[in-house]
Design a protein around this ligand. Sequence first.
Ligand code: PRP
Ligand code: URA
Length: 209
Amino acid sequence: MENVFVFDHPLIQHKISLMRDKRTTTKEFRELVNEVAMLMAYEVTRDMPLKEVEIETPVAIARTRVLAGKKLALVPILRAGLGMVDGMLSLIPMAKVGHIGLYRDPKTLEPVEYYCKLPDDIEEREIVVLDPMLATGGSASAAISFLKKKGINSIKFMCLIAAPEGIERLHNDHPDVPIFCAAQDDRLNDHAYIVPGLGDAGDRLFGTK
Ligand code: PRP
Ligand code: URA
């Protein structure tokens, strides 16, 4: 599908496999989410514009390139998106971070918003929305609609595992938003969990179950 990018880098694939294993501890899971987010940051920022500058090296003047264009803001969807922030920041330390709190109502499966705090200059920034799981797509789509209502139009979505149902929903609701994921899984089960997936990402990150 257009605008959907699945990263097949061997390091990413290896680490995602370790995360799927139910024997992986909370500590290991958290470290792996961090590492995969860092590896994905490298790919997600591939299209960042550059400009030429002159820099004086100890030997001569170098005509060389530095980042130009808009600065970034990361917007993790609470809770589980938090696990991806540090990995991204280790490559993009100047990014600002906004937070959107959503949880999926277990009965209706609809996202419920409970928190939002965004940087003041967010309209001037390129946004990467972070959430490890794209299941029905309800949470990601609601978070992105919310950002668009605030006048933000330059948005990417980055997750670890995506279900086909979530990709389709997000793509239909927001065709302008590229989706970056580390793996595309088979389907959702009756509880809208991704199969085979890795279980509840928030619980595995924070040890709540
Ligand atoms: C999980 C996950 C996503 C959402 C995905 O969060 O982190 O935000 O479910 O499901 P969807 O695509 O069907 O909306 P959850 O609601 O379990 O909250 P948590 O992060 O606080 O655990
Ligand atoms: N949220 C999760 O954390 N895992 C799933 O499989 C689906 C939604």
